[in-house]
Design a protein around this ligand. Structure first.
Ligand code: B1N
Length: 840
């Protein structure tokens, strides 16, 4: 092809590739210190040095990102788009250096400039645009998509404030503070002020002939694109995560301004900016309780899906293909029901704007979307009041009604006269007010529906989606078990273990990090005492690293010879941190009742908790308060503190997880059976050689299948028993004293005020004493027995280390690379498109 502009030689000599030699790296960092930051060596602090290093790495990412985008545009492959309201990315610099293969070189450069790379990495703020597992899963999937050279983009929102910062008051209460993560600028994004779309809210929809309508009036808001570069591991391919920011369409209202009412003039612009101001911190608990702010959440959902679809449709139209081929070039994955409005929005674009007949538009739509369900908890299923939808999105409500009309006709054809079935399956739930059931709409509008672990997918098929299985057949409902990226969750967070694995397997790190099944090669060394010793030494140094972190954050000194027992995840009743804390109290009471001699035989243990509670979730916050106050009492007890201490680490985050997870001997995943869809931290702990105590739930089951049941400590009732037990609690309640005396004794101590605050905990204790929806009283004894087996197993340290090795060795299945391959082949039908190192 002809060189497009100017002198080819001049251009080619001036265009840069990725900098890979140390002197150029050093120069580029110093250049950013001097010009981007306007600093000098004598006033450069660690934050400044981090920023300069980050800007220099960003330059490299942009080069690769730009070439990848150009290449993809030219080759025009089918692309997949991952729509997620949350991307819990954590920090970027270390990951970018790893994926670019430049960590050593940057480390050396930074060294010569008088800094230490590890310290600089620590200066980066987490990008915490997510609540927990669902958002972190999206981040792992981006890493795996780029690493496998798949044409996948993420679409999300650029919140000004991520998940709130958690503070713990002196009396143990969670306090929330804003997370102004963009304060020091964000080098990892590229503002694309030229990429913008107008998004409409409110107004009127006037129906025309053949199903079309005109939607006009109301409020118009601008969506501005910010692109986040997603480098693949050991490849030039660099994918894109496009985050939308809301902006007023006009700076301010000119009429009010001219009338001298400046406050009114800026009001509408404030309401536009509010859309992407803050991430909703309620994972699972829908906003049902939060009447205020509900409209804003629906606005977020529409703003983001409309901007993303406009962008996707525009990109498709650049290909100059007929719209009937849209599904041959576009697959859209709906991460939970949050982006379900994309379905009526695509219908609106096709029918109203592109003049596609309704039936054809529906055919295109249902061949484009795929829907992942992440929970079967009834309180988490999204429903939007019809009056709110009608007010905010009048055209979409019409479309939803039209979809529902033909859908119910189809149901009635297959099951004539079955009114109850029609009522259950309708997108509209009758009631006051009527509500739009987003899961029904997502299912009806998608090609395939999947759950996130085998058990969960089976529950989707047999409970919330049962009627839909009857209608569509089983093949529409499948499973993709979640995964985690081994780059971040082993190599980055546990360099010691990564190093040991590489030297033991005698294959390059880049090989096993891309094919995690290769870890099975460790099994051949499980019996080798020299290897066991090295394995244990890595764990020990990770425990010391965690102890150092706790010392600096909480000022506590920790016995690193003790067993480290960890439960870190969002605070929720179904996850049963309550079971853990009540178990700790039981252990404490048992220790207190022992003689000093007897105690000496006890396995010393340090228990770590961390996790945020939704700000309006009263019981979850009480559980945090109990944990903190129990910790205060037992950590101060001279009789027992050698054997039992406990810490609640505030403000759990991705980067805190990276320190905690590699240090754990055992971790707890103890949800009521059938409630945790998958869990992903369970995979992270096991990959780092931690063992697992848990219920027969979510991905725990598949982990046990892989590593062998002897290497997992299972306890508790199974899923099929849960319903019956709940029925008993309601209709034949047995007092705790009778049912579980050990637990009754614990509850009594809490009630009596032994851990302070007598009376404060009653509302929580009553959830256990009364309905006990999450089966604490049913599982307590079996839980305590499981913990004794953990203690017993830990006494034989060599056996324990072998279990640890065998566990990590069998984690291949849980790489997110495997999960993404599954989506790419079985769902999206997309193929690898590699950008060659020479840019071809
Ligand atoms: O998604 C994770 C799973 O591993 C977890 O088991 C599951 O609990 C989690 C509404 C959610 N399910 N539902 C949510 C988050 C935010 C929100 O506003 C629901 N998160 C999960 C990944 O599959």
């Amino acid at each position: 092809a002809k060189w497009p502009r100017g002198d080819e030689k001049t251009w080619k000599e001036a265009l840069r590739g990725v900098t890979t030699d140390e002197p150029t790296i050093t120069k580029s960092i110093v250049n950013h210190v001097q010009t981007s930051l306007a600093r000098q060596p004598h006033n450069l602090d660690e934050l400044g040095a981090y920023q300069a290093a980050a800007l220099s790495v960003r330059d490299n990412l942009i080069v690769n990102w730009n070439e990848t985008q150009l290449h993809f545009t030219r080759k025009a492959p089918k692309r997949a788009y991952y729509l997620s309201l949350e991307f819990l990315m954590g920090r970027t610099l270390d990951n970018a250096l790893l994926n670019l293969g430049l960590k050593n070189k940057y480390s050396n450069s930074v060294d010569k400039l008088g800094f230490n790379l590890e310290d600089l990495l620590d200066k980066e703020r987490d990008a915490a645009l997510g609540n927990g597992g669902l958002g972190r899963l999206a981040a792992c999937y981006l890493d795996s998509s780029a690493s496998q050279e798949l044409p996948v983009w993420g679409y999300g929102l650029r919140y000004q404030y991520g998940i709130f910062q958690q503070l713990i008051s002196p009396d143990g209460q969670q306090l929330e503070a804003p997370d102004p993560w963009l304060q020091n600028q964000n080098p990892w994004e590229l503002p694309r002020l030229d990429v913008d779309y107008e998004i409409r809210f409110y107004g009127h929809s006037n129906r025309l002939e053949n199903g079309k309508a005109v939607w006009s009036g109301g409020q118009e808001v601008l969506a501005i694109a910010y692109d986040v570069m997603i480098p693949g591991y050991e490849t030039k391919n660099t994918n894109n995560l496009r985050l939308w920011e809301s902006k007023p369409k006009r700076g301010f209202d000119l009429n009010s301004f001219n009338a001298g009412d400046y406050e009114a003039a800026v009001e509408s612009s404030n309401s536009a900016a509010a859309i992407t101001a803050v991430l909703y911190p309620n994972d699972h608990t829908t906003c049902k309780l939060f009447v205020f702010g509900k409209e804003l959440r629906l606005k977020q959902q529409y703003f983001w899906t409309a901007a993303s679809l406009a962008d996707i449709v525009r990109r498709f139209k650049n290909l100059d293909k007929p719209l009937t081929e849209f599904p041959d070039y576009v697959a859209i994955q709906l991460n939970d029901t949050h982006p379900t409005l994309a379905i009526p929005e695509l219908m609106r674009i096709l029918v109203d704007e592109e003049d596609v007949p309704w039936d054809l538009a529906w055919n295109i739509t249902t061949n484009t979307f795929f829907f992942t369900n992440h929970t079967v908890l009834p309180e988490a299923l999204e429903k939007w009041p019809v009056p709110l939808m009608e007010h905010l999105l009048p055209r979409h409500l019409q479309i939803i009604y039209d979809i529902n009309f033909s859908f119910l006709q189809a149901v009635d054809k297959k099951f004539p006269g079955d009114l109850e079935r029609l009522g259950r399956m309708s997108i509209i739930e009758e009631g006051f007010p009527k509500q739009v059931r987003m899961a029904n709409l997502a299912c009806i509008g998608s090609r395939k529906v999947n759950g996130v672990a085998e058990l969960h997918s089976e529950l989707v098929r047999t409970t919330i989606m049962k009627d839909f299985v009857d209608l569509y057949g089983i093949s529409k409902f499948a499973n993709v078990t979640n995964g985690i990226t081994p780059r971040r969750w082993l190599d980055q967070c546990n360099p010691g273990l990564s190093q040991l694995i590489t030297e033991t397997l005698k294959i390059p790190r880049s090989v096993w990090l891309k094919d995690l099944y290769k870890l099975e090669g460790l099994l051949a060394h499980a019996e080798d005492p020299a290897f066991q010793k090295k394995w244990a030494a890595v764990k020990q140094s990770n425990k010391e690293r965690l102890a150092h972190y706790v010392e600096t954050t909480l000022g506590a000194t920790i016995n690193t010879k003790a067993m480290f027992d960890v439960q870190v995840k969002r605070l929720h009743e179904y996850k049963r941190q309550s079971l853990n804390i009540l178990g700790v109290i039981h252990r404490y009471l048992t220790l207190k009742a022992m003689s000093a001699e007897e105690r000496k035989k006890v396995n010393p243990k340090v228990i770590f908790f961390a996790g945020k509670a939704a700000p309006g979730y009263y019981i979850a916050k009480l559980i945090i308060r109990l944990i903190v106050n129990v910790a205060r009492v037992i950590n101060a007890d001279a009789d027992t503190k050698e054997y039992l201490t406990m810490y609640f680490l505030p403000d759990y985050s991705v980067s805190v997880a990276e320190v905690l997870i590699p240090a754990s001997d055992i971790s707890q995943h103890i949800s009521t059976a059938g409630t945790e869809a998958s869990g992903t931290s369970n995979m992270k702990f096991c990959l780092n050689g931690g063992l697992l105590v848990g219920t027969v739930d979510g991905a725990n089951i598949e982990i046990a299948e892989e590593v062998g049941e002897t290497n997992v400590f299972f306890f508790g009732h199974l899923t099929p028993a849960v319903e019956g037990l709940r029925y008993q609690h309601s209709y034949h309640p047995v007092p705790v004293e009778q049912k579980c005396p050990a637990l009754a004794a614990v509850l009594k101590e809490v009630s009596s005020g032994r851990f302070g605050d007598a009376g404060v905990y009653e509302p929580f204790l009553n959830t256990v004493r009364q309905h006990d929806y999450y089966l604490i009283t049913d599982d307590f004894d079996s839980y305590i027995r499981a913990l004794s087996m953990v203690d017993e197993a830990y006494q034989d340290r060599t056996e324990w280390i072998k279990k640890s090795i065998r566990t990590a060795a069998k984690m291949g299945k849980f790489s997110s690379d495997r999960a993404i391959q599954d989506y790419a082949q079985e769902y999206w039908n997309i193929e690898t498109l590699k950008l060659e190192p020479n840019g071809a």
